[in-house]
Design a binder for this molecule. Structure first.
Ligand SMILES: [Zn+2]
Length: 267
């Protein structure tokens, strides 16, 4: 999971539709009625041109071949409400609350959400009243930089990494950031076995492409170099590359490429 681009917006026409639908829900007086109406309106509007446009714009945030913005592995085909609509019905039609996810991540997260009330991590339960004010526990990739919260275990030289996400090294277990990290990994199931296998395979691909770059670079013209870079950057699992860039100094085999080709820091 990586921070998503911040500069993708809806066309005005469709944003206006969403805003008017959001206002419609906000005008309802009771929370339980808001939840009910929001669920029904969501179902009936999912096939509208506005939601089609939302999907196209969300797709621009995805890596690789429309990969899920949480796990980066499976195809994204569900509009996920980062703050669940059953708890925050006013955000059912809010652009900033959307992300494109796969069914498995969306299903795993479902309507789970938690807040820090004071310093206590408190799961938000469906209720007849709106959730108490508090700070979000879940790491929201539309706002937050997951790299600040997670480390990825790449091992000593990639071949021996577990490719599990861990709370960032050095965070105290009682810290807010540690708890946010642990909670997010847990409710998204980010350490499912097949995801670790996929991340390892991506890391081995990145390494192989770096060897290829080392061999071919001097024979490539400017256009071919740009193409190589574009292909490299369009790989799924972009967060694996982010973590390699953050840890290359402790990975001797990878470090040589960064010493030889400093430009790859910007890939
Ligand atoms: Zn997913």
């Amino acid at each position: 999971m990586r921070q998503l681009p911040q500069n993708i917006n809806l066309d005005t026409k469709y944003q206006n539709f969403l805003t008017s639908w959001e206002t419609e829900i906000r005008r309802i007086t009771t929370h339980s009625e808001k939840v009910k109406v929001a669920q029904n309106k969501w179902k009936s509007r999912r096939t509208t041109k506005t939601l089609e446009h939302v999907c196209l714009k969300l797709e621009e945030m995805c890596s690789g071949n429309r990969r899920c913005c949480y796990c980066e592995d499976s195809v994204a085909d569900e509009v996920e409400h980062i703050k669940p609509k059953s708890l925050y019905p006013e955000l059912t039609f809010t652009w900033e609350n959307y992300l494109y996810a796969c069914g498995q991540c969306n299903g795993s997260k479902n309507n789970k959400y938690a807040l820090f009330i004071g310093i206590v991590l408190t799961p938000v339960q469906p209720s007849n009243s709106p959730p108490s004010p508090g700070n979000d526990v879940f790491i929201n990739p539309r706002q937050d930089a997951p790299m600040n919260f997670f480390d990825l275990d790449l091992g000593q030289e990639i071949d021996d990494g577990t490719f599990q996400y861990l709370p960032k090294y050095g965070l105290s277990q009682s810290s807010v950031d540690y708890q946010r990290s642990e909670y997010t990994i847990e409710i998204l199931g980010l350490n499912r076995d097949f995801l670790a296998v996929g991340r390892k395979s991506a890391a081995l691909d990145f390494r192989a492409r770096l060897y290829e770059y080392q061999q071919k670079k001097q024979n490539l013209n400017a256009q071919q170099l740009q193409q190589f870079q574009r292909d490299f950057k369009s790989h799924s699992y972009p967060s694996v590359w982010e973590h390699i860039k953050a840890q290359y100094q402790s990975l001797p085999e990878i470090n040589q490429f960064f010493q030889q080709f400093p430009e790859i820091q910007n890939w």
